[in-house]
Design a protein around this ligand. Structure first.
Ligand code: HAM
Length: 427
């Protein structure tokens, strides 16, 4: 029997994993500069957290969740996004009591049962940030600026920020009526999902992907023209902040996003070379989610970004994805016990390789060359008898004898010297 990774998932291994590590290191650095602390939440949560948080009428809750019962019959779901879990942890541990606002970032796997295609997986990974506690448009600005800064430091300058406001409970009831009136005469032309959305949550119709419905949606009135005064001034202020910081954006009055928790600000960032799945990330304000999940009223805003898509965009931009770091030293010799013990000792401080395939002396030397090790440390019969080692500089081709008791000091000195220029070899 041949096993394969489940459809829509992928294995990540060297050298591709280097790009992941480098991306995660950049994210950690940038998030730290903005004062965001990492939070790690479980991979699964109680199903109700997501049905309530994301919204019953969304595609995620309707069609995409990996939901199962545990042995005690509790309904659990592999997390289909990271915001509701962060909010749950915020409430459970009263994180708001420590310092306000609460700034948290995360990265990790996300699960959605979607039809796999380029840039769309059933297990993908996100890096995201949430800012809880501030109602100010400056908080929305901070989050968008943080996202754009992260993209810039990753090497992605060519992105488009799309911005919209979906209003809040003060603007939506009136707008719903306007929408209902505009849509009612065309209800029978809409897809089955949208006819359901009409009753359940009419705003979700803007998220429909069916081509015929999209044409109808294009002719509908939009929320941005029906904002209440407070939402409008919030939006205007955010635009002034983005303009002031020189962050370019496009207004997209039909942007609603696939999750129901948003209030006022929503945004997405797109990369031109990603094809159909061009969103590298998105987010917005969610002022009611904390209270809907049982916490105190807490305004909040955040974003998250798909790591696979970031990496695809970086590749499309031709950005270097990181190179395999060669070992400092390859221990070469025929006495397997002595080479294994010496390698173990040196590994306390250095990157060391040693043969475990019972190769001959000659083929161990070839291996040292192939791995681009900086030095081969030869422990042959003469060396064993004389209590010394031969250190061969693999680039310069020079050799020197080093007494065993001086080996560590000598290596420490030599490895701090810059290596002679040599192109690393493929591993
Ligand atoms: P989202 O737009 O559903 O937002 O997902 C964020 C990003 O994750 C997308 O823009 C995309 O880059 C990536 N993504 C989503 N689904 C897939 C998939 N199936 N395969 C590959 N990549 C995918 C959220 O999840 C919100 N929690 C964002 C947020 C944070 N809002 C406020 N705070």
């Amino acid at each position: 029997m041949k096993f394969q990774a489940p459809r829509g998932t992928q294995d990540i291994f060297s050298p591709a994993v280097l790009a992941w590590q480098s991306l995660e290191a950049t994210a950690r650095r940038v998030m730290g500069r903005y004062g965001y602390a990492e939070i790690r939440t479980p991979i699964f949560e109680s199903t109700e957290l997501f049905t309530r948080g994301i919204g019953e009428a969304t595609d995620i809750v309707q069609k995409e969740m990996y939901t199962f019962s545990d042995r005690k019959g509790r309904s659990l779901t592999l997390r289909p996004e990271g915001t509701a879990p962060a909010v749950r942890a915020y409430i459970e541990h009263n994180l708001g009591a420590r310092r306000m606002p609460c700034r948290a970032w995360y990265h990790g796997p996300i699960f959605r049962y979607e039809r796999p295609q380029a840039g769309r997986y059933r297990q993908h990974h996100q890096v995201g940030a949430e800012l809880l506690g501030s109602p100010a448009p400056e908080a929305d600005f901070e989050v968008i600026d943080l996202f754009v800064r992260l993209l810039l430091e990753l090497g992605l300058a060519d992105v488009t920020v799309r911005l919209n406001s979906v209003g809040d409970e003060n603007s939506r009831p009136a707008f719903r009526l306007v929408l209902e009136e505009a849509l009612r005469p065309r209800l029978s032309e809409l897809c089955e999902d949208c006819r359901r959305r009409f009753d359940l949550n009419i705003l979700r119709i803007f998220d429909c992907k069916v081509p015929n419905d999209r044409a109808i949606v294009a002719s509908l009135p939009v929320m941005i023209d029906h904002l209440d005064p407070a939402s409008k001034s919030h939006h205007d202020r955010l635009r002034s902040l983005l303009d002031g910081a020189g962050i370019r954006y496009e207004e997209d009055p039909r942007l609603v996003r696939g999750l129901d928790y948003y209030t006022r600000t929503v945004f997405e960032v797109h990369h031109p070379k990603l094809g159909a799945q061009s969103a590298v990330g998105g987010g917005g304000r969610y002022d009611n989610l904390v209270s809907e999940c049982g916490g105190p009223p807490t305004p909040a805003v955040g974003f998250s970004s798909g790591i696979e898509r970031l990496l695809m965009a970086l590749e499309a931009e031709g950005c270097a994805q990181g190179a395999v770091v060669p070992p400092d030293v390859m221990v070469v010799g025929t006495d397997r016990l002595a080479t294994a013990v010496l390698a173990a000792t040196l590994r306390r401080h250095h990157r060391v390789d040693v043969d475990l395939m019972e190769r001959s002396f000659g083929s161990q030397m070839k291996q040292a060359d192939r791995s681009s090790a900086r030095f081969a440390l030869i422990l042959g019969e003469d060396e064993m008898a004389g209590d010394f080692v031969t250190l061969r500089d693999m680039t310069a081709g020079t050799e020197s004898r080093i007494p065993r008791d001086r080996l560590e000091a000598e290596l420490a000195t030599r490895l701090t010297e810059p290596a002679p220029n040599a192109a690393p070899k493929e591993q």
